[in-house]
Design a protein around this ligand. Sequence first.
Ligand code: NAI
Length: 247
Amino acid sequence: MKFANQVAIVTGAGRGIGRAIAMRLASEGARVAVVSRTEKNSEQVAEEINAKFAGLAKGYAVDAADHAAVQTLCEKIDGDFSRVDILVNNAGITRDGLSMRMSPEDWDAVMETNLKGAFNFYQGVVRGMMKQRSGRIINIASVAGIMGNAGQANYAASKAGLIAFTKVVARELATRGVTSNAVAPGFITTDMTDVLPQGVKDEVVKQIPVKRFGAPEDIASAVSFLAGAEAGYITGQVLTVDGGLVM
Ligand code: NAI
């Protein structure tokens, strides 16, 4: 088993991409802390994992944007599992609108979850990783953070910020056995993209060289690769998984 005796925290794992990442890491032997905003969702995914892969997961609920609550949660997870090897910062939201009309509340909400949320969990696990001289931090960014996207000033800025944060952490922890990388998904079929009008989806597909949306499992594969021992010499990178949209 690739991740035998390893513990992973996956945020926003109640559904979509986070759920697929939690399932994938568990299928490869990791014990997984499934974190979501609501207990019902995280516990449901943890139960699903435990039914399939025998007692490896536990569900937790927290608002990723709440620094104090996240620190308390990370202490609890450390108590429950006694270590953390892999942190996947996947929790994310959109509040789209043209930048000139965007409300400050929508700007703040997206920054607080997408960017500060990742910082919060990072601070919750980094000391433990440094002490054990090993760890994998994987931040789920977006192609919007690389190429921009009209109507997503807050979201694209949060993801570009997350990419910069990923690189800073990579530099700071490079000699400590801890790698920090980002995965930048293109358009993936989840609740987040289900809300797009069909006309918009059709236009987007035309721009994607492989001519289809990706699946959550496509992102989970990239995360599994970056979390594994074979990726130990890769740090500070952004792996786009987007059917060729950005190249
Ligand atoms: P989703 O909306 O299906 O799932 C997001 C998850 O994050 C949910 O479980 C939600 O409860 C959780 N979450 C949101 N705010 C939270 C908070 N404050 N605290 C704790 N948990 C919170 O979204 P999806 O599509 O699975 O996205 C996952 C990640 O991938 C996000 O960071 C998103 O920005 C990113 N992404 C998604 C793309 C797509 O096409 N679906 C494209 C590029 C990036």
